[in-house]
Design a protein around this ligand. Structure first.
Ligand code: ADP
Ligand code: ZN
Length: 213
């Protein structure tokens, strides 16, 4: 089963991605994670990506598409994969159609009023990727799940978040129509309820989808 996870920054994609990948044995491919790893390791791709991610803009399509196209040729992808953060515009979606067969799109809709505070207050575990909100941490600096160090992503500041939300509205939101027309989208509402609640719904739909493949 090959899936795409769609949703605005802060909609809770990361948490759902981990749960979906685990339950269905899928490879979790996050282009944001790939760029952050490259930036951390100072690779050529990292140096290029940094100038865009720092501003909340999209890394150029040719670079991003080439990375994903290559990643999907790795043998582990044969068991199925979950694309998280890709595609992010129509160009990427059309490119993806030339080298991948997507079975379903999980789209998480959320009230955008929630996103600025969620993202600016977000703290992420360096080791397992779990995210938290400062308001619930009571000063804790370690991950409750694995003990890893919590940090604030460099692009989780008001200015960059504003740019990321604008990019989402202008370039990524049109993909909802694109996949609706293809008849493969499944829509969910992200709420302030715990991620497990949303995952229960996602699971019901994906179990059904799996049965039709
Ligand atoms: P977000 O929380 O904003 O969804 P991501 O971790 O998915 O964050 O992405 C972080 C940054 O990495 C983006 O703001 C963008 O600069 C870059 N990026 C990630 N995925 C893509 C993509 N598919 N195309 C272009 N740039 C991307
Ligand atoms: Zn952790």
């Amino acid at each position: 089963m090959n899936l795409i996870l769609l949703g605005a920054p802060g909609a809770g994609k990361g948490t759902q991605a981990t749960k979906i990948a685990e339950r269905y044995g899928l490879v979790h491919i996050s282009t944001g994670d790939i760029f952050r790893a490259n930036i951390k390791n100072g690779t050529e791709i990292g140096l290029l990506a940094k100038s865009y991610t720092d501003k909340g803009e999209l890394v150029p399509d040719e670079v991003t598409v080439a990375i994903v196209k290559d990643r999907l040729t790795w043998p582990d992808c044969e068991k199925g994969y979950l694309l998280d953060g890709f595609p992010r515009n129509l160009y990427q979606a059309e490119a993806l159609d030339t080298f991948a067969k997507i079975d379903g799109v999980v789209n998480i809709n959320i009230d955008h009023k929630l996103l600025m505070d969620r993202l600016c207050g977000r703290r992420v575990c360096r080791d397992c990727g779990e995210s938290y909100h400062v308001s619930t941490l009571n000063g804790a600096t370690k991950c409750a799940r694995c003990g890893g160090e919590l940090y604030q992503r460099k692009d989780d500041n008001p200015e960059t978040v504003g740019a990321r939300l604008a990019v989402y509205n202008e370039q990524t939101a049109p993909l909802i129509d694109y996949y609706t027309q293809k008849g493969i989208i499944h829509n969910f509402t992200g709420t302030e309820a715990p991620a497990e609640v949303l995952f229960e719904e996602v699971k019901r739909v994906l179990d059904g989808l799996l049965n039709t493949l």
